[in-house]
Design a protein. Sequence first.
Length: 554
Amino acid sequence: MLVLLIVAFVSGLLTILAPCIWPILPIVLSSSSTGGRGRPLGVTLGILLSFSILTLSLSYLVKIFHFDPDILRLLAVVIIGFFGSILIIPKLASLLEGYASRIGNYFGGRFTSGSGFWSGMVAGISLGVVWAPCAGPILATIAALSATRAVNSQVVLITITYMIGTGIPLFLFAAFGSHLLTKSRVLSPFTGFIQQALGLVMIITAVLIWTGYDKLLQARLLNLFPAYTDLIYRIEQTNQVQEQLNRLQGKGEGKISTLPKSFLPDMGMAPDFVGIGNWLNSTPLTLGALEGKVILVDFWTYSCINCIRTLPFVTGWYEKYKDQGLVVVGIHTPEFEFEKKTENVANAIKMFGINYPVAQDNNYSTWNNYNNSYWPAKYLIDKDGHLRYQHSGEGLYAETEKAIQTLLAETGRPVPQEILSMPDQTPRIRLTPETYLGKSRMKKLSPDFKYLGDWKIENEFGESSPGSSLELDFYANKVFLVITPDSPTDILTVSLDGMPIRDDLAGKDVVGGKVFLTIPRLYELIDLRGNPGEHILRLDFGSKGTKVFAFTFG
């Protein structure tokens, strides 16, 4: 625990270097530059207090009071815009001071003593509501535990330690910046102009937050300065830190974990299927009804390229071993909202030739019951209902098939010993990472992509308008994009490196340089035929309402 606290403190100290905090630094400076000497401290404490409380308790508050958390964000936008207006309009500042003086007289001057602490605290609280720091493993773990309402005293202590580390350089920045603006002989003659300029920055920032474009700005800054992310992950992904984070999440001993490949230990009774909304290719199943069978549970979602690359093996195992007692159950847990539609899942099942049962786990109930964290992930259950093997991600196909053979042999049935022979498409080179195009997930490290023209940016996707375009710098052999068309007549045009895409470089869904969009799914746009490289992809949209979710690469 001590190691985790030390690393959390150091990570907090380094937050001042993070691109994600840069957009709020001008507001911290402008909020601290007016008022008394206590204002920088008030701003800093307000940011740390509101961010900590909301991070740890927002899911609890939403469950109890049933409110939309976006209300807090909009309230923060109003407060930031109001403080910006005060800096720009002197009469508004005088009017506010008059009201503050009356309130101060009513409370005996306690809240208006001239230190500026309390007004700074209000500004800081509003910033803490909208600030989203670049999340490394430690902050991601805190967020995950808070979202599932699994906060304990250790999580609170780690959060406080992280915030103390963050607060030290943030306070020094606010205090030094305030002193520089008000005391410097060079700058003091221009104090009024500087304050108005900073007020304008606050108003612009409020507009960016209100429209969601602050996330776009953060994503672009992360792309320009990737060294910070690399530094944080080097610090936070040591074996000691990861071990303690796993323990904090309850993934230590007794929980499902990746197994040694040389044997199949008994990890106890497997979790059952719970909260399933719909079954495809089957009537509802339970583990009890499948006793005596060997069960392969496959967590997947139909637009995930990593899942798609594993499906030939999963379907192949099912067809090969179903007569020997293997049952495959695909748990379809959606990543995007459109993946929750039964019609879309049914189309995907038909497209990929899946004949085994598929369960729609739209509420993540079975996902959480298995303590699962990844797409794809495979769990093997023996004839007695005990969990014996688990693997997350692509690859290890031969090892997984040998585990299937071992468990089938335990049932006393004859089992063929040869291994399926088919190409393993797991990437062997460092590709551009998966790139999300909705504003809620743009903060993750991504390649340099640009929205050109008029776009509507929602939490999960970007929505096109006629004449809009999307550009992407990438390094890969294949490029895929999850797309939902507005109608079956939607078309997009593909260009590579400034030229119309050649047929020998086009993906299988590109015909004559165009993609004819029919249903929501993963579309293959680029196939460099085994010659990966750096290129610029451009997509031109001819109609309104086409939704783009995420690029993936192969």
